[in-house]
Design a protein around this ligand. Sequence first.
Ligand code: APR
Ligand code: ZN
Ligand code: ZN
Length: 359
Amino acid sequence: MKIKAAVLWERRTPLRVEDVDIADPAPGEARVKILASGVCHSDLHHIRRETAFVPPLVLGHEGAGVVESVGEGVTRVRPGDRVIIAFGQKCGECYFCLRGQHHLCAAPGPSTVRLRHGDQALTPLLAVGSFAEYANIDARNLVPIPDEMPLDRAALIACGVTTGLGAVIKTARVEPGASVAVIGIGGVGLNVVQGAALAGAARIIAVDLVDRKLELARAFGATHTVNAGREDPVAAVQRLTGGWGADYAFEVIGHPATIRQAYDMVRKGGTAVVVGLADVADEVAIPAADLMRSGKTLVGCFYGSVSPYVDIPRYVDLYLNQRIKLDELISRRFALDEINEAFRAMDAGEVARGVVVFE
Ligand code: APR
Ligand code: ZN
Ligand code: ZN
């Protein structure tokens, strides 16, 4: 079948919307008509940086849509089902999946070619590739959602919401009354802020360079804000926590310097959580004696430690019962052929989240 897809032919060049061929779904796969796909900073990361995903690529990993057809042996979803697409592999059988750590699944990526442009195979990012009208997806990654869940807001749950809420609830397990600092108030960081509010954190300190982001953070539950361009964020967080430092700090950007800030701004015995995706070659220096004496925890958080079939329906339910905000996260909607503008707007800090919508 011929479909339109935004292709990254070469890093650091604009995406091009092309007519590409999508295969029939292989055994175990379903073909999903994509209706919405959020634009996440890690898509931009694959445009700009050298990563394991080598162009030509179809980016997009924050998608939702409707199942159009299924391959052999698929029982989990049926045509017509509305679904959120979990990215990466989720085999259900490996060492990690058996322990409920589906975000760490060790299964290899898809073995079939799903997308072609002429003779050229195109790789879908994170086994999704949702900047396209259709995507073939391993059915084990598809989470059905109820009819009343709007698909543009559902798409956000595929990455940003699940990553942000999960970092607080699943990875760090923030407890009521805690003090929390969040560095980087983008589409993901806003979800860390609202996750902290949901967990009952008493003090939520948002740190960013852009005042507009800090205002948004307040609307999502931040009690204090710090503009790191005007004030040293470590000193500010210490000042706002009685001199001790925060119980938890979340780095939601992906820079060694801000990871170090997160480590420095937690109190003794506190926990710093790395949510942002840094370059593969980046390293972070941590003072070794301080790590030992302070009893701090430095922990990584991939994909909000998600177990998709347990957590994604919960996050949908939280939205449907007005316990989390998703409407306010979507600042702009874009057509597929406006994809480069969507990346520009995100990079310029103009949006909380931009979403590509189809039809
Ligand atoms: N200090 C404070 N804030 C900063 C700094 C800094 N030094 N540098 C950038 N920021 C802010 C930006 O102003 C922006 O508000 O970080 C935010 C990043 O937001 P987005 O571009 O919307 O990125 P997002 O999609 O939220 O992803 C952030 O989380 O899961 C990861 O892969 C994702 O690495 C990415 C990170
Ligand atoms: Zn993402
Ligand atoms: Zn697995």
